[in-house]
Design a protein around this ligand. Structure first.
Ligand code: HEC
Ligand code: HEC
Length: 219
């Protein structure tokens, strides 16, 4: 039965190829990088992915995997630009990006390095939880979840995030340096924030304890 033998041969070839090709391992990439020059993610994002707030290196731990993966894809194809992240994302394969995004998303128990609030003001809390409807600015928590814990795959967590990083992102949208993202929502939001608003709302979220993200709303 030559046909069956050919099939069996093809199957064993395919299996051999599978076991030979390195299956992307998120933990290995996070802790050691890859053999094409990508550095260990933890050198900048912290041993537990908790971020380095003072440098504006964001916390990745507990962030939604699809969100992280989408950001890596945006760095890789140039939609989102950053001198440090662009070459790194470009030197990861698509499989590696998925694996390392899942690794950080799945890590729990890493608390963000508690940021000492510069001056967690009433304005920051007000914007975050109530918005400013006179200017059509919704509350941040309407999309980012109660206490900024993140919602589903599209709305990232903000709680416990580096305030400098949050500020950089909001300014990035104002200056057109960060791609508008889903429905251009953040570009519109950022355009309604003053420099002082940005500092205060960033400071507010950075001091909140990272909580469990809210699962996607039922569709
Ligand atoms: C040399 C320091 C450095 C290294 C190493 C590094 N990153 Fe980053 N990463 C940054 C900086 C800085 C930013 C913020 C960029 C910005 O402001 O847009 C960032 C942002 C990110 C973001 C976007 C987070 C968000 O909330 O949108 C992801 C995802 C990410 N990095 C993943 C990784 C992964 C995965 C690795 C390892 C393969 C890695 N990074 C290695 C510095 C680094
Ligand atoms: C109408 C929904 C909506 C509201 C309200 C909203 N956001 Fe967002 N936000 C988003 C979406 C969607 C993203 C993801 C953007 C992307 O994928 O690039 C995001 C991303 C962000 C990020 C980037 C996080 C990261 O890890 O890189 C920051 C910072 C942020 N929002 C801050 C705020 C602040 C501060 C407010 C309130 C002043 C706010 N957002 C209100 C929808 C919203």
């Amino acid at each position: 039965m030559p046909q069956t033998r050919t099939n069996a041969f093809l199957v064993s070839l395919a299996l051999a190829a599978l076991s030979d090709s390195a299956i992307a391992d998120g933990a290995v990439i996070a802790l050691h990088g890859n053999d094409r020059g990508v550095p260990a993610c933890v050198t900048c994002h912290g041993a537990l992915g908790e971020g380095m707030p003072a440098n504006g290196f964001p916390k990745l731990t507990g962030q939604n995997a699809e969100y992280l993966q989408a950001q890596l894809a945006a760095f890789a194809d140039g939609r989102r630009g950053n001198a440090m992240m662009t070459p790194i994302a470009q030197t990861l394969s698509a499989d590696e990006r998925v694996a390392v995004a899942r690794y950080f998303a799945g890590m729990s128990g890493a608390t963000a390095s508690a940021e000492t609030s510069r001056d967690s003001t009433a304005t920051g809390a007000h914007l975050a939880t109530l918005g400013r409807w006179s200017e059509g600015l919704p509350a941040c928590v309407q999309c980012h979840g109660a206490l900024g814990a993140g919602v589903g795959t599209a709305f990232p967590a903000l709680a416990g995030q580096s305030s400098l990083y949050i500020e950089n992102q909001l300014r990035g949208w104002q200056l057109g340096r960060r791609p508008p993202g889903p429905l251009g929502l953040m570009k519109v939001i950022a355009s309604k924030l003053s420099a002082a608003d940005i500092q205060e709302v960033a400071s507010y979220f950075s001091t909140l304890p990272a909580g469990d993200p809210v699962p996607s709303a039922k569709r």
